[in-house]
Design a protein around this ligand. Structure first.
Ligand SMILES: Cc1cc2nc3c(=O)[nH]c(=O)nc-3n(C[C@H](O)[C@H](O)[C@H](O)COP(=O)(O)OP(=O)(O)OC[C@H]3O[C@@H](n4cnc5c(N)ncnc54)[C@H](O)[C@@H]3O)c2cc1C
Length: 436
């Protein structure tokens, strides 16, 4: 039996497990079906001089976020990030500061004094809220129902929730505990989000270098099945070859896992939790703009429909040619909508029309555009039905088989879940192998 740990999937979740294990002297072999690693977190040079991520791709909570912290601890280097500037909200055809910080709430013209107090109170309340199962299981709608909030305040709560949880007004389903935990972290960080200089590619490339020191990454290597005998993992099959190992990490979304393993071998606990995990989805459009359209360097939201966007090159000019701009917008939506071509085409047309209202002359400056319909944005929403304690564990009931990625247990939202689960997964493997 080969002692290497085999990792299937070269997204952020797989690469981070690989880097942590390699750092502990374990040899890893990572299999990625595509010609490049990074999965949903990579960025590519889409057009000459334009480095483009998938959607707007922010690092939550800036320097205090989990990714910069891990970077420092594991790779011993400071991740170069740039903080987003003041957020903006385009609502009722006019521009406002996005009321995310206490000072922005106090200054907003969108709320009366009484409403400002309401919003400040509920957001500041996050600091003293204990994140336990009771609050994780409580929907935001139920949480605010006896708070006598005005429609205006509820509308802003929805916008903040949408932004934090990549959602579309689903306060009846979203977990109050996950929402408040995000708010708490944002208040403690004193910052919302930041962007890695050079795009997420920089993070991915550094993890790759680290793995290559004590392991191997095989690109264009699709894994076709996992070998399991007597409830023990024995290896994988890739390109018709069996590769033996007693430790395999599936750094894949749940649907991808179910396509590789006979469901009857997975525990009832895994299957019951897996069926409740709902991914977020949405439409993302990147634009290369031949002239500067706006100086805004913060996140930009609209309320109807909810969208979030950013002139990313205003934060990091290195990702667009001189004098040009990269702008990306994401509209979260439902799975029902994302699968209907006529609906998504209409949504894309509506976004173009909305952008012209937001930035008169925008459409004239478009050099290229990349609309993408994305059925998988974050591997798991943070609904009450699939919050951190209700997603499948990183350790399976099959001996030697582990999971990593943004559909498993691990604290956070989006890429932070992928990060947390990868850390949990690596720590569990080290413990099971008695490596400290
Ligand atoms: C539009 C968009 C915007 C986002 N914005 C943010 C953001 O602002 N902040 C944030 O933190 N997160 C964001 N995310 C989420 C973040 O990108 C993901 O949480 C993270 O990248 C997930 O990593 P992963 O490793 O779990 O999965 P993936 O990145 O999906 O990796 C899985 C990998 O497995 C490979 N694979 C699949 N099947 C096989 C097989 N059989 N054999 C070999 N390889 C296989 C795939 O090719 C892929 O590379 C965003 C995602 C999207 C799509």
């Amino acid at each position: 039996m080969n002692d290497d740990v085999l990792i299937v999937g070269g997204g952020f979740g797989g690469l981070l497990v690989g880097a942590i294990l390699a750092n502990h002297g374990i040899k890893v072999k990572l299999f990625e079906k595509k010609p490049i690693v990074g999965g949903r977190a990579n960025s590519i040079e889409y057009k000459k001089g334009y480095i483009v991520d998938y959607g707007i791709h922010a690092i939550r909570f800036s320097k205090k976020g989990v990714i910069p912290k891990t970077f420092k601890k594991l790779l011993k280097q400071k991740l170069k990030i740039v903080d987003y500037g003041e957020g903006k909200l385009f609502m009722n055809n006019s521009w406002h500061d996005l009321p995310l910080s206490i000072s922005a709430i106090q200054g907003t013209k969108l709320l009366s004094d009484e409403e400002k107090e309401q919003l400040t109170k509920i957001l500041a309340g996050a600091l003293t809220t204990k994140i336990d199962d009771d609050i994780l299981n409580l929907s935001i709608k139920d949480w605010i129902k006896d708070k006598n909030l005005s429609d205006n305040t509820i509308n802003l709560v929805k916008i903040i929730t949408n932004l934090l949880c990549v959602s579309y007004n689903e306060i009846d389903k979203l977990s109050t505990g996950e929402f408040l935990d995000g708010i708490k972290k944002a208040i403690s960080a004193g910052k919302g989000s930041s962007y890695p200089i050079g795009g997420w590619k920089f993070i991915i490339d550094e993890l790759v270098k680290f793995i290559n020191k004590n392991g191997e990454i095989k690109l264009k290597s699709k894994v076709d099945s996992i070998i399991i005998e007597n409830n023990k993992v024995k290896g994988i099959v890739a390109e018709d070859k069996e590769i033996k190992s007693d430790t395999v990490v599936l750094a894949l979304s749940i649907n991808q896992v179910l396509s590789l393993i006979d469901r009857s071998l997975l525990s009832d606990d895994f299957m019951n939790k897996a069926k409740n995990v709902v991914s977020t989805c949405g439409i993302s459009i990147d634009f290369g703009l031949q002239k500067k359209v706006s100086d805004i360097d913060g996140l930009i939201c609209t309320d109807n429909p909810f969208t979030m966007s950013c002139f990313t090159s205003n934060l990091d000019p290195s990702i667009a040619p001189d004098g040009e701009q990269l702008y990306t917008i994401l509209q979260p939506t439902s799975h029902k909508t994302i699968n209907k071509k006529e609906k998504t085409s209409k949504m894309i047309e509506d976004i173009y029309a909305m952008l012209e209202k937001m930035f008169p002359g925008f459409n004239e400056q478009i050099k290229w555009k990349r609309p993408i319909v994305m059925p998988l944005v974050d591997g798991s929403t943070v609904y009450t039905s699939c919050h951190r304690n209700k997603r499948p564990s990183v350790k399976s009931s099959i001996d030697g088989l582990y999971f990593s990625g943004d559909s498993y247990n691990g604290v956070g939202i989006g890429g932070d879940i992928a990060h947390a689960s990868a850390k949990l997964c690596a720590e569990t493997i080290l413990k099971d192998k008695n490596i400290t």
